[in-house]
Design a protein around this ligand. Structure first.
Ligand code: HC1
Ligand code: SF4
Length: 570
């Protein structure tokens, strides 16, 4: 152990502990802007300066380790003044029009500046604007970038994509797309992880709230909304609501209050996805030519973008099933429109997603199978949804809980767990077991695929066949897994990939909390919803079964292929 004093208090911590952590251990918070544990420990912002007795120069707390006998002051007059000067210098190069920034109220720079009492600024620096493609799901505003380097590190270390880099030199140093490329040519997965780790508003999602409001206000338009599984775990976070108030039934009520004509659930089409993908998997398994095994899940658009740009040799291994979002869109403008006797050209189909890549997915040319424009017209992230609620001056706590509409609002426990890493695999195995044996397994028989381990392997006996599975989340982990498959070190039949750490609950469109990973806190909400359902198998969702009876006939039928599957090469 190493003994030192911090602010005159004795501390004893293991060797190798940083000053930042040693102070946190006794309840002393040292302000910082750029630090992210294990990802960005480079002291780029210099805000975490502390005084070390006997040294004239201040030192940074996030990347300096404790030493025996150190005497540290984290908040001496010298530290306070220096820290304030550093923050003012950062502010001098930052577009400080906070009132028109999406991160207002949730900005780490704004908070520190306020905490330090930076109510005026003697420094006047250069604020550099940049050109950007306004249609790309990820928007960069360099006038707000504080050069903390978090986006560079997250994209490189977690997602292994190296989209961002430092550009220019001296006072013009900033962050931009690496190698002088445009973002649309940079192999960006659009996962949004750089956005959720940005401390300020330099990165955000493309804002589609205005388009949704226009549709809601058009009397000729019929608005249909779907809500992704993971949204229900986090929609209350940016609205300051505790979990027991921010329930999915209150979410349905809020959406109805906003004015959506039909309030449906992506969980319904998650069950539909399992019907299609489960049958497809059994077919591939039966095929003596095993060339399309392992089969990869295809519901995560960040992953699909990644495999297409990084490992095109595996594209044929993707399931051809569209994602639940896109199946839902195609069903709304075909089956549902027919059933409800609505002209599909009047429908505006909106989805609320924990994901930024879903915006890109909805806009692909081939995602218009129903024949009435895009199957999903607009995608709002969970964060945009919270802004929409606030903009509409709705107080969700004051609204009653309500059910989703029928028939596309019904779901099984298997549908809701899609939003957590391992959920798609578990839901698929529950139904694959039934398809092979004609009997339901115990609903929790495949729980070995749950949890936050980055790369989980499990093998299950399904009707005498051993099915080897892998579940992976985060694109860096995915790269390792794909490389291991290529080297022949591992062999699987079925692989689930989610681009974001923890799956969609940790998605790039979810509420932001100082760059913290919140997936592990949100996933249990989905598993408890699963346990609470009477129906826990996708193949028992009564409304999905009815839709097959009335419209699709059977999984993988020609009409199912036209509306529910896609060609990943298109
Ligand atoms: Fe997901 Fe999915 S689980 S991809 O993470 O398959 O976004 O929640 O909606 O489409 O169902 C996201 C979540 C989501 C799809 C489903
Ligand atoms: Fe990298 Fe994802 Fe950000 Fe694209 S969206 S730059 S892939 S972290």
């Amino acid at each position: 152990m190493v003994n030192l004093t911090i602010n005159n208090r004795p501390v004893s911590v293991p060797e190798g502990t940083t000053i930042l952590d040693a102070a946190a251990g006794i309840g002393i918070m040292i302000p910082h802007l750029c630090y992210l544990r294990d990802i960005n420990e480079i002291a780029a912002c210099r805000v975490c300066q502390v005084e070390l007795q006997g040294k004239e120069k201040l030192i940074t707390a996030c990347n300096n380790k404790v030493e025996e006998g150190m005497v540290i002051f984290t908040n001496s007059p010298k530290v306070r003044e220096t820290r304030k000067t550093i923050v003012r210098l950062i502010l001098s190069q930052h577009d400080c029009r906070c009132a028109i920034c999406v991160r207002s109220g949730n900005c780490e720079l704004q908070k520190i500046a306020n905490d330090l009492g930076c109510i005026e600024n003697p420094y006047n620096g250069r604020i550099e604007h940049n050109d950007w493609n306004p249609e790309f799901p990820i928007i960069r505003d360099n006038a707000k970038c504080i050069k903390c380097m978090r986006c560079i590190q997250v994209c490189e270390k977690i997602q292994t994509l190296h989209v961002w880099d430092v550009v220019n030199t001296g006072s013009r140093t900033t962050v931009d797309v690496a190698n002088g490329r445009k973002i649309e040519h940079a192999d960006c997965a659009a996962c949004g992880q750089c956005v959720t780790h940005c401390p300020v508003g330099a990165l955000r999602e493309k804002d589609d709230i205005g388009k949704v409001l226009a549709a809601l206000n058009d009397p000729e338009t019929i608005t249909v909304v779907q809500v992704a599984p993971a949204v229900r775990t986090a929609w209350g976070e940016d609205l300051g609501m505790p979990g027991d108030v921010a329930t999915e039934k209150r979410l349905a009520s809020v959406l109805r209050h906003i004015g959506f004509d039909y309030v449906f659930d992506t969980n319904f089409s998650a069950d539909l996805t399992i019907m299609e993908e489960g049958n497809e998997f059994i077919e591939r398994l039966k095929n003596p030519d095993k060339s399309r095994l392992p089969m990869f899940t295809s519901c995560c658009p960040g992953w699909v973008r990644f495999v297409k740009s990084q490992y095109p040799e595996f594209v044929d291994n993707l399931s051809t099933a569209k994602s639940p979002q896109q199946m839902f869109g195609a069903v709304v403008k075909s089956y549902f429109a027919k059933k409800a006797d609505i002209d599909p050209s009047r429908i505006c189909s909106v989805s609320i997603m924990p994901c930024t890549a879903k915006k890109a997915e909805a806009a692909y040319d081939n995602m218009s199978s129903a024949g009435y424009g895009q199957d999903v017209d607009y995608v709002l992230t969970t964060r945009e949804f919270a802004r929409l609620v606030r903009g509409e001056a709705i107080i969700p706590e004051a609204l009653p809980e309500e059910d989703f509409d029928s028939p596309l609002g019904t779901y099984s426990g298997a549908g809701v767990i899609f939003g957590a890493t391992g959920g798609v695999m578990e839901a698929a195995l529950r139904s694959a077991f039934y398809l092979v044996t004609g009997k339901n397994p115990d609903a929790d028989a495949f729980s070995a695929v749950r949890g936050m381990n980055p790369w989980k392997e499990a093998a299950f006996n399904v009707g005498g066949n051993e099915i080897r599975t892998a579940t992976v989340h985060g694109l860096g982990n995915t790269r390792q897994l794909l490389d291991a498959i290529k080297r022949g070190e591992v062999k699987y039949d079925f692989v689930e990939v989610m681009a974001c750490p923890g799956g969609c609950v940790g998605g790039g469109g979810q509420p932001i909390r100082d760059g913290q990973e919140l997936a592990k806190d949100r996933a249990p909400i989905l598993y408890s919803l699963d346990r609470s359902k009477n129906i826990r198998f996708s193949h028992e969702n009564p409304d999905v079964l009815k839709m097959y009876e009335e419209f699709f006939e059977k999984p993988n039928s020609p009409v199912a292929h036209k509306l529910l599957h896609t060609d990943h090469h298109a």
